[in-house]
Design a binder for this molecule. Sequence first.
Ligand code: ADP
Ligand code: 5GP
Length: 231
Amino acid sequence: MPKSAPSPVPSQGPSPEATGTLARRGLMFIMSSPSGAGKTTISRMLLEHDPHICISVSVTTRPPRPGEVDGKDYHFVSQAEFDRMVGEEEFLEWAQVFGHCYGTPKAQVKAGLKEGLDYLFDIDWQGTQQLYQKLERDVVRVFLLPPSIDELRRRLTGRGTDSPEVIAGRMERARSEISHWDGYDYVVVNDDIRTCFEKVTKILEAERMRRARQTGLIGFVRELMRPDENS
Ligand code: ADP
Ligand code: 5GP
């Protein structure tokens, strides 16, 4: 997945002009789900099909899975480096998940939002709560549910990335993760992948049009309301 760096770097997302005719503040599009429900898959589809959103690359102490690329899927760091980043307040939020630390680097996201860039976050409910507390008006929270617990198990097994012990741990945690469904603005059941993707896309489109995000509206409306010199 295309992701951003943990330290301040020039933003690589779309220009504000590309996202519409009126200036707009960016949004933070959070997708959470129990592990295996499909948020990575839906995130990838979104990033492929929508040039106006980029992903916030998390920092983690978890070792890379086969095929994962440092700087793209995650920034893989040691525990000592993670602790240093916590100490220097370099995270917007961080949490422990499955025994490893995960955090959202602060610098690029804050600057990007002002420029009208949208960011996608694949983070858990703890991170979602922290981001909502800090940046409530920028946050859109989407929770994906599997169609059934059996299907969740099938997906975790079929993904082929985790050992049976790890899968058992993820299944054990699934119920407690699902219990946080009501901390989200939208809940989508990921049964058919295409239908789920369409629903998520519609949520993103509608959220972009919220009046409060359209910072260019004030000038635009003022112009519309100017007395007509030709009448
Ligand atoms: P998560 O990121 O939530 O842990 P993934 O996106 O990795 O989940 O999906 C877990 C597995 O389920 C992957 O192998 C993926 O291809 C598959 N999958 C995702 N969504 C669906 C779906 N709607 N129907 C069938 N398989 C799916
Ligand atoms: P995985 O190890 O399967 O990639 O991710 C495990 C869990 O950590 C997932 O629920 C994922 O959403 C969550 N996660 C990934 N990055 C972050 C992050 O930066 N912050 C938080 N709070 N959770 C994260």
